[in-house]
Ligand binder design. Sequence first.
Ligand SMILES: Cc1cc2nc3c(=O)[nH]c(=O)nc-3n(C[C@H](O)[C@H](O)[C@H](O)COP(=O)(O)O)c2cc1C
Length: 424
Amino acid sequence: MDKPKHILLIIGGGIAAYKASELIRLIKKSGMTVRCVLTESGAQFVTPMTLAALSENEVHTTLWSLKDETEMGHIQLSREADLIVICPATANLLAKMAGGIADDLATTLLLATDTSVLAVPAMNVRMWQHAATQRNIEQLQKDGINVMPPDEGDMACGEYGPGRMPEPEALMAEIASLMGSPFLTVPGADTDETELGANPLAGQPAFAPDQHRPLHGKHVLVTAGPTREPIDPVRYIANRSSGLQGFAIAQAAAEAGAQVTLVAGPVHLPTPAGVMRVDVETALEMESAVHDALPADVAIMVAAVADWRANTKAEQKIKKKGDAPAPLELIENPDILAGLATHDKRPGLLIGFAAETEKIAEHARAKLAKKRCDWIVANDVSGDVMGGTDNSVHIVTDTGSEIWERMPKSDVAQKLVQKISEEI
Ligand SMILES: Cc1cc2nc3c(=O)[nH]c(=O)nc-3n(C[C@H](O)[C@H](O)[C@H](O)COP(=O)(O)O)c2cc1C
């Protein structure tokens, strides 16, 4: 499985340093990891504690740390990153970089790296327009540094003009584009997050230290949402699955410290913080993404995978002929859950979801035997479960079964993750 992309974020001593906190949240939400380096002046604007809590990583502030140099030296800091982002890049940092000066941790690691660098300048309009700053920018671009031009507008110092730091969402989009990752979702780009309610802490990571979390060091694979099986360029076979339950489980597993891969069918939901998301459309794509994500300690197959797909996909839109509709020939999709059960990298704990409308427990037990998985979580979808926010489930295992009465899907997720933690 691909490791999550990793960002090293250098925060310089500018008034816009506060925006780095929001940027960290967006980076984590997109499924990447982030580690911060804070300059001495940067620490006048934001605290290492804030950055550590948000990034869930130690914050590095000095070159002269005996502990850091033995555990995570300044060279290593830059080498482990896929991209170094300087935000805000002060006039001072830009000048030092252009001149090859290395007199603190930030500038030393910038001189010692061959990793791509994105500088996000933010400063007073006159500082930005100063001939020295413009000369330095030109030099840095010649040296291969990516420079994101500042916005124009009202500045914190009361002046107007270019020099303002772009908003975190725009920074995140620039980072995603430099990483060239097709799977990287820029949170908020195609989702109306206001739908999720006004909770200001929504999407924030939990703050318990990693090693104290029950799933620390475990890889949990989750599938969620429906699949969409094309008939022609405009029509498809799908189902009513919203993805809410699978996303809630992915979030609960990440909060429990797991490394989580979420293979998601077409849904409009934001990626939970700290989760690596792979977007797919069809059952065949989902099967291949699931296999690519192995090995996993736990796999929870929540997605409502279409049982059938059209045997052929018409290249052009199928036209009405005025009489009977053209017959649609369907063929069976692969059984992703059963396929995992016999895979040579079978996850240690394999959990299937079953959507039932009658004889819930009886059908779930039959599915457990047929699919050769360890647990079946059966939900009664005869009511408003699909697309709703609540769920009531039967958990069927080799040794017995439990009924969890109706509760929010987020509570089902927490309870299930708790049960998994106890099991493994
Ligand atoms: C209140 C205040 C706000 C500042 N804002 C900025 C800024 O937005 N951009 C900038 O380039 N420098 C700014 N400076 C100046 C830098 O903090 C100063 O040049 C410092 O040496 C930068 O250190 P660093 O580049 O190591 O972080 C500001 C200074 C103060 C006191």
